[in-house]
Ligand binder design. Structure first.
Ligand code: BJW
Length: 248
């Protein structure tokens, strides 16, 4: 990847940042990259596991065809995540929540690192890798407490098969999550889109909604995305380098 100069924060953004009341932040895998979490698509690559692209293994079709393989993929990733810590980007966003009157944090990430940094009321559009959900009774369980004797853990309440509590391709988002995020997008005055390739819908429509409703839209990403043209400012750089600059 080419070296990127640290971007300059415009006076306009500094002023808006100082005066904003309602701020919405949408994050994607890139916000966790500096913690060591692999992204899905960044840098011209696509995540592949055992020869399968992630959009095959992380799909509703694979869940129906081979549930043990889906668990194996998520167990492997939980193993990687267990030792990882929030980075300065997660810390900056958590701090913003104490700074603005209303800050809504919407994430596509399933890694729990925003919460680990101290962010509260995080809207998790794509679920959490740290939870499992029962196919039969829909009850949720801590994934760290599951037993994998037969490859697929079972529900402590009803004995039904469990699945990762994440949103796979071709599945609906958790009830109310997108609606809550879209409502906040309609009323925010400043919207940050951080570390997402902005190609997965409906998540990618949230900044579009914010911009249409009049919010000042700022992207933070070392690469351009399909959203960049719509943005008022694009801060090209790593989130962990760029976000702390806003507080200086
Ligand atoms: C840095 C950085 C640093 C690097 N600092 N930045 C409209 C049009 C077309 C298709 C659809 C549509 N509406 C719905 C669809 C279908 C589909 C979809 O969007 N497909 C498109 C990809 C074509 N959407 C769905 O299926 C969704 N469901 C749905 O719409 O339900 C209704 C429905 C049901 C049935 C039929 C039809 C409709 C569900 C989407 C679920 C996505 N799930 C995943 C997997 C989660 C589980 C798992 O982890 O395995 O979620 S896919 C994957 O992509 C994951 C992510 O949350 C998501 C977004 O990726 P993200 O976060 O943007 O990461 P990357 O890797 O793509 O980008 C990283 C970025 O960071 C890059 O830009 C880097 O440059 C940057 N970066 N280092 C800052 N240090």
């Amino acid at each position: 990847m080419p070296l990127i100069d640290t971007p300059v924060i415009s006076e306009e953004l500094r002023e808006r940042f100082a005066q904003a009341n309602n701020v919405l932040v949408l994050t994607g895998a890139g916000v966790s990259a500096e913690s060591g979490v692999p992204t899905f698509r960044g840098g011209g690559n696509t995540t592949v596991w055992k020869g399968m692209p992630f959009d095959v293994i992380s799909s509703a079709g694979m869940l129906a065809r081979d549930l043990p393989a889906v668990w194996e993929w998520f167990n492997y990733r939980r193993g990687l995540l267990a030792a990882l810590k929030p980075n300065p980007a997660h810390d900056a966003i958590a701090h913003w929540q104490t700074q603005f009157k209303n800050l809504t944090l919407v994430t596509q990430n399933i890694d729990g690192l925003h919460q680990a940094a101290g962010s509260r009321n995080v809207i998790e559009l794509h679920g959490s890798i740290w939870r499992a959900r029962c196919f039969e009774c829909s009850s949720r369980h801590d994934a760290r407490e599951l037993k994998f004797d037969t490859g697929v853990p079972v529900c402590f309440d009803c004995g039904g098969n469990l699945r990762p509590d994440v949103v796979l391709f071709g599945e609906m988002l958790p009830a109310g999550a997108f609606e809550a995020a879209a409502m906040k997008a309609q009323t925010c005055d400043l919207c940050f889109v951080i570390g997402t390739s902005a190609v997965v819908y409906p998540a990618a429509s949230i900044p579009e909604i914010a911009r249409s409703a009049g919010a000042y839209l700022v992207e933070v990403n070392p690469e351009l995305t399909p959203l960049s043209e719509l943005c008022d400012e694009v801060l090209m750089g790593k989130a962990g380098d760029v976000l702390p600059l806003l507080d200086q």
